[in-house]
Design a protein around this ligand. Structure first.
Ligand SMILES: Cc1ncc(COP(=O)(O)O)c(C=O)c1O
Length: 467
């Protein structure tokens, strides 16, 4: 979460004389302070209306093409979630059926991701992929410590190998858990980790390699099978056995349905653990992720805590204690509701919209596609040729129409490259894609009439978007 400061600010909210249930004579005097707790209560309906009105300034989630996170669910799912808002995921004893639905979700994912033995695969729900990645990283680090007690005691610093394109959660993991982040930079037209680079960074202090399915920067899948094969050869050469974690935040719920032949999961013996965000292509509103380990050996027992469950004990692995149960229930709803064929249809429609929109944008002579939406339903493009505008100008102008299409610079060694990225999610229909295209066509002539990119007038070429 953003870190916020206190405020030396006495501003107050104003309540109109004829708003909600306010008393036309008395309520304007209430004027509750913004940054201090008010002296007295505000009527419920008035409090609701004040907050509701203020939130109108938030963007329209459906036009947000920056986020991977679900922005529309069926009313039945919303109803279930509302019914379960009071359920705490950790109270397994009080809510055994919620615990059972979580267990079924883990079993379904273990099967979907080809765990060799469903009986020994183990997993849990989390608040999202970030927490799942922390847990998976901790398991990797603990396994390395166990394998290298002398090196660890002698001060060896564990490292984690990944592409520079990893999501910020992996930088967090390395900072929080004191692991060296070994990142392979981008080079030329290679925008993610490849097998050669991964192996070159490994040594006896490597706790694991993170492979991403797919990259937050451009939606491309990293070559997980090739990375695993190269690590097999590395082990033969050096005796060093480096496990792989697959960050399937988005792809974990796309590839099984659209690319069933692609071996990226537990079919590869080197893959020790996988995470996904239930709230991305798992099609649930924000607040749920999943972490799975191929077997018990991949998750050191000492990291597991026990909570009460129907008079017995249930193993748990989590950073939080209390956590909402509604999202987990909603995840089970989506899995039950769609089945394999339903997921294939929904994710397939997203990919169709992505490849269509990318194709149309690619036809414009002022843009160049970096990816075309045929892996994750996500694509990145940049400006091409001698045009007097940059990606930040395009993003700013699209925003005037409500579209949130993020523009950002690539990391090392392609800081010279800035792109726009479009995430096609369930609910972003072909019709909406056409409306976006219309808007793009309409504003391009204006952009072409600019003398130079606006950053040259001091308008910040700033990304409002964080990976
Ligand atoms: C590849 C990848 N990993 C991890 C995350 C973090 O996921 P979450 O937002 O569920 O914490 C993201 C989010 O975009 C991502 O794309």
């Amino acid at each position: 979460m953003a870190l916020h400061k206190g405020a030396d600010d006495d501003r107050r909210l104003s309540i109109g004389p004829f708003a909600a249930t306010s008393d036309p004579l008395g309520s304007m005097e209430l004027a509750p302070p913004l940054h201090r707790l008010g002296e007295g209560p505000v009527p419920a309906e008035t409090a609701y209306q004040l907050i509701h009105d203020e939130l109108m300034l938030d963007g329209n989630a459906r036009l947000n093409l920056a986020t991977f996170v679900t922005t529309s669910m069926e009313t039945q799912a919303t109803r279930l979630m509302t019914e379960c808002l009071d359920k705490n995921m950790i109270d397994k004893d009080e809510y055994p059926q919620t615990a059972e639905l979580e267990r079924r979700c883990v079993a379904i994912l273990a099967d979907l991701w080809h765990a060799p033995d469903p009986d020994t695969a183990i997993g849990c729900s989390t608040t999202g992929s970030s927490e799942a990645c922390m847990l998976a990283g901790m398991a990797l680090k603990r396994r390395w410590m166990r394998r290298n007690p002398e090196r660890y005691a002698a001060g060896a610093r564990p490292n984690l190998v990944m592409g520079v394109n990893v999501q910020v959660c992996w930088e967090k993991f390395c900072t929080f858990w004191e692991v060296e982040a070994r990142t392979a930079p981008m080079e030329g037209e290679r925008f993610h980790l490849d097998a050669e680079r991964a192996v070159a960074l490994c040594d006896e202090d490597t706790i694991g390699v993170v492979g991403i399915l797919g990259s937050t920067f451009d939606g491309s899948y990293e070559p997980i099978a090739e990375i695993c094969a190269a690590l097999d050869a590395f082990q033969e050469r050096t005796g060093i056995d480096v496990p792989v974690h697959v960050d399937g935040a988005s792809g974990g719920m796309v590839a099984p349905f659209l690319d069933p032949e692609l071996a990226w999961d537990f079919r590869l013996p080197r893959v020790a653990s996988i995470n996904t965000s239930g709230h991305k292509y798992g099609l649930v509103y924000p607040g749920v992720g999943w972490a799975l380990w191929r077997d018990r050996a991949a998750l050191p027992e000492e990291l597991v805590f026990r909570v009460n469950y129907l008079g017995g004990e249930m193993p748990t692995f989590a950073l939080n204690f209390s956590r909402p149960g509604a999202e987990v229930i909603a995840q089970y709803y989506v899995l039950l509701r769609l089945g394999r064929a339903g997921f294939r249809a929904v994710q397939g429609a997203c990919r169709e919209v992505a490849t269509y929109l990318a194709g149309e944008i690619g036809k414009l002579d002022c843009f160049r596609l970096l990816t075309d939406g045929d892996q994750l339903p996500v694509f990145a493009f940049t400006t091409d040729g001698d045009v007097p505008f940059d990606v930040f100008d395009v993003s700013r102008r699209l925003r005037e129409r409500g579209w949130q299409v993020p523009a950002y610079k690539f990391p090392a060694n392609r800081e010279d490259l800035a792109v726009l990225r479009v995430v096609c999610r369930n609910g972003f229909s072909r019709d909406l894609a056409d409306l976006l295209l219309n808007d793009l066509h309409r504003l391009l002539p204006e952009l072409r009439r600019q003398p130079v990119p606006l950053k040259e007038f001091g308008v910040p070429a700033r990304s409002a978007f964080h990976h």
